[in-house]
Design a protein around this ligand. Sequence first.
Ligand code: SF4
Length: 341
Amino acid sequence: MNFTSALLSWYDQHARALPWRGSRDPYIIWVSEIIFQQTRIEQGTGYFLRFTERLPDLASLAAAEEDEVLRLWQGLGYYSRARNMLFTARHIRENLGGIFPSDFDSIKKLKGVGDYTASCIASICFGQVHAAVDGNVYRVLSRLSAEKTPIDSTRGQILFKKLAQQLISLDRPGDFNEAIMDLGATVCKPRNPACSVCPAMTMCKAYEMNLQAELPVKAPALKKSASVMNYLLLKKGEDILIQKREGKGIWNGLYELPMVPGDLDTSALVAECISLYGFEPGEMKEINRVKHVLSHAELDIRFYEIKANIPVSLSETRLLLVPAKSIDQYPFPKPLVDFLF
Ligand code: SF4
């Protein structure tokens, strides 16, 4: 039996009974995923129940006053999540005919929705094959494969997303995503994973090599003056390539140009670009360099104008090709605002 079928058989018997489980309503799944982005299940379940009892669908949320939405959110923190939801509900009402978008790319474009949430909604509600990778999933995958690339590095995020995408069930993508999250939450826990009852035990490399306690690996804290960010300005006709930042690092949720980290010479930069984004820069010219100081880090930011063939399908990546004249609709961090506008 392979990992995917073992996981799904286990899930059929051990799925957690959560209030939104079984729902295929994108509104319900969206609300649950946004609430639980930064909140543990035990803490957030009461909020989820109150929120969906008072605002049971998109129309009721779109019609709600901001004060009421924030009151329902009170105590959960990260209030921008609630504001983004209200904005998005009104956007869907006014611009999308009141119907929640049903394809992954359109879901991912909604304000406050990243790759993870879009993957959950697309797979659970619409059966689309998009792997959702959160902290629990990173842990399971890094142990399963004994992969030591830091899970919070750009390379790690790309690598584990690819691995999840290779493993996801084509028939039951939503169940697969929920199952691997449940496995991480209830069996493959951060400390003392219950390997003896894990459906993946016989195929788990960390178990085989007794590496459970050492995985997943996290990147060392950002050292001041040690961070170089290479931004790639790539235009195709009137369009420009951007991506949304995700994870726990700086500027989470904001947009940026494709970025390659590290103090690299041109050939290393080209190699990293191919490895991270799947395209090879044909020409590359450094056009600007700035220092940006944060409380905990000093960034050396380099901008390169590049020419390259953009891969036809961007949907498996975090990249978005958007009209250059509308990039002011996307929030960018200060150094990119200074560069782009
Ligand atoms: S065998 Fe242990 S370490 Fe491996 S996935 Fe299962 S619980 Fe995690």
